[in-house]
Design a binder for this molecule. Structure first.
Ligand SMILES: [Zn+2]
Length: 381
């Protein structure tokens, strides 16, 4: 009985096998009549290799496809983008370079491949080559927005602010808008560079230009206050800090260490200025920034005296832990608070949501300026 079942199973398997082979033969005969069949086997093999995570073999097959058929160029461009998005920049570059080497590539696809190659270089960190590649695109289409944006980003990354400003002006002209806040931040960065080279006069002119361009640029008010303090013009510095507070109050704590470092300015005007804001707003971030700056500049006892003078009592758990980490005795809770503080993200970008420990003027993720804000309370999970 068992043998009979086995025999039936073997016969059934043979029948299926014969049917499959016959069907395949029939398909091959049919497809041989189609003019496009030459590209199907390598394309299928390419996709198969992709699915089995063998990108190099997939690439070889798909390069073959692209050589055979002009229409596959768009598929090929998409494939290059896919490799780039997976972080495989070398493969994306190879695909786009192969495509550009084809003499029959239509003009609009040629431009797309040039741009894609520029993005590959930029994503792979080859910024010089990316800039050259963007220039090729811009030589052909001076108003190409993506190429202008890419070039602007690279100039900003390289802290080449004058060049960045030129690209921003070109972008504004193409878009028919004025990115005044962005211009103001770039002018402030130029001023900061001049100040680092001790060219105070040019720094002052640039920072004033930035404030005229957009009074909401907090970095410009802060840098102006810094220049005022360097010149020992304490009253002017306090006035700049007032402007900073009006433009963006959450940046005021960044200014305090600089103010404390100038003892004369702090004792004469700074202390009263900060106390006035503290009494008006009871802003915990201002209080903590001030206490921390005092601790770093004049020591723990001076910081404790400041806590008393302010009658500061933390109202939130994060504020309690920050204060404990700063001024607590060397007990278990203070040690735990210090550990907590090291990993604590204090600011977040309002555009893209990325979080960081320290305040910064430009978001490293979405590249917007002036979009970082303190995280007052963590979102509930
Ligand atoms: Zn962002």
């Amino acid at each position: 009985m068992t043998n009979a079942i086995l025999l039936a199973a073997v016969l059934a398997a043979c029948a299926i096998l014969i049917w499959v082979v016959w069907k395949q033969q029939e398909n091959q005969d049919d497809s041989s009549q189609e003019p496009e069949d030459a590209r199907i086997p390598p394309l299928l093999r390419g996709i198969n290799y992709l699915l089995s995570d063998e990108p190099d073999r997939a690439l070889k097959e798909l390069v073959h496809v692209a050589k055979l058929q002009t229409e596959t160029a768009e598929v090929y461009l998409a494939l290059g983008d896919m490799f780039r998005n997976k972080g495989e920049f070398g493969r994306a570059v190879r695909i786009h370079q192969n495509l550009l080497a084809r003499p029959d590539l239509p003009e609009h696809l040629h431009m797309q491949a040039q741009l894609a190659l520029a993005i590959d270089f930029q994503a792979g960190g080859l910024l010089g080559r990316a800039l050259q590649q963007y220039k090729r695109v811009l030589d052909a289409q001076p108003g190409h927005i993506q190429a202008l944006e890419g070039s602007l980003r690279i100039r900003e990354q390289g802290r080449e602010w004058e060049m960045a400003e030129e690209f921003l002006q070109r972008l504004d002209r193409v878009r028919g808008i004025s990115s005044s806040l962005h211009h103001a931040y770039l002018l402030t960065e130029m001023a900061r560079q001049k100040l680092a080279k001790h060219d105070e006069k040019k720094a002052l002119a640039l920072v004033q230009q930035a404030i005229e361009c957009d009074p909401a640029c907090a970095a410009a008010h802060m840098l102006l206050a810094e220049i005022d303090l360097r010149r020992n013009e304490a009253e002017a510095a306090i006035d700049s800090m007032r402007q900073l507070h009006a433009a963006a109050p959450y940046y005021l704590p960044l200014m305090i260490p600089m103010l404390l470092a100038n003892q004369q300015a702090y004792d004469k005007f700074g202390q009263a200025f900060l106390m006035q804001y503290w009494q008006q707003t009871h802003d915990e971030l201002l209080a903590l920034g001030w206490i921390r700056a005092m601790h770093d500049e004049r020591g723990a006892d001076a910081a404790r005296q400041l806590v008393q003078a302010m009658q500061f009592e933390p109202q939130s758990l994060p504020a309690c832990l920050h204060l404990k980490a700063l001024l607590g005795d060397d007990d278990a809770l203070a040690r735990a608070s210090r550990e907590w503080q090291k990993s604590q993200k204090n600011v977040a970008c309002i555009e893209c949501g990325v979080e960081f420990i320290d305040m910064r003027w430009q978001c490293p993720q979405c590249h917007e300026w002036g979009t970082m804000r303190p995280i007052k309370e963590k979102k509930k999970p």
